[in-house]
Design a protein around this ligand. Structure first.
Ligand code: ADP
Ligand code: MG
Length: 228
């Protein structure tokens, strides 16, 4: 089982939105998925409970209970566990980070978010966990060019020396409205947002299931050999 923990010291950065979207991305691709909501606000579980269709399993709990939930998930054959956390630097968040195979640090491209990201990265690295920076709620490109604020933010993030997801999540209304009914932007008729989530999931998927990627490459080269 692979555990993804969504973190950010800063509130409002888009952790819950991405936690639900990534859990749904895994689920919609046939993975047995659990969303563990360790934020006392319970926004992630609330969003999923509004869902009409089948979806990921979900559990709301305090950080101290995450380890037990992870063990139970392994026992039940869960393949992907996504943990949503509250903002801040708390013991609960440390517990969620310790259980992660990958921490997804969600950052808006603003000065205050970037400053907070420095501390979040330091905390994750102290706990010896890998981190992936994901820029969220980003302004849109103009004529295919990133606005100056985004270019500055990307330069500042690069200084942290951690991997940055090549897919940027833009500011889009669909990310807000889809969660009202517990859906992913991938399930709404919004190709641009759907593409962002699909690309981000594909990028994470390579780290989550590297064997799958290797198998795909292997079968591609086998069919090339046959064609030869
Ligand atoms: N990519 C996005 N585009 C537009 N609005 C977003 C996006 N991501 C999050 N939001 C909105 O921003 C607010 C905070 O997002 P949320 O996921 O709750 O952040 P956090 O969990 O980090 O506090 C919510 O109102 C949410 O709908
Ligand atoms: Mg949240």
């Amino acid at each position: 089982m692979f555990t993804l923990t969504l973190v950010a010291r800063k509130g409002g950065s888009g952790k819950t939105t991405l936690a639900v979207h990534l859990a749904l991305a895994a689920y919609l691709r046939g993975r047995r998925t659990l969303l563990a909501d360790a934020d006392p606000q319970r926004s992630a579980t609330e969003a999923l409970s509004a869902r009409q269709a089948l979806g990921p399993e979900r559990v709301a709990l305090v950080g101290a209970r995450l380890y037990g939930a992870q063990m139970e998930a392994v026992r039940r054959g869960t393949e992907v566990m996504v943990i949503d956390t509250a903002a801040g630097v708390t013991e609960d968040n440390a517990a969620a980070i310790v259980l992660a195979d990958l921490c997804v640090l969600v950052v808006r491209p603003t000065y205050l978010d970037l400053a907070a990201a420095i501390e979040s990265v330091a905390m994750i690295r102290r706990l010896k966990k890998p981190v992936l920076l994901v820029v969220s709620q980003a302004p849109h490109t103009r004529d295919g060019v990133e606005p100056p604020a985004m270019r500055r933010a990307l330069r500042a993030l690069a200084v942290l020396g951690q991997p940055i997801a090549p897919t940027v999540i833009r500011s889009r209304l669909i990310y807000q409205t889809a969660l009202e009914t517990g859906r992913s932007a991938e399930e709404a008729d919004q190709p641009a947002a759907a593409r962002e989530i699909a690309e981000l999931w594909a990028y994470i998927h390579h780290q989550v299931f590297p064997r799958d990627a290797a198998d795909t490459m292997l079968s591609a080269s086998v069919s090339q050999c046959r064609a030869y």
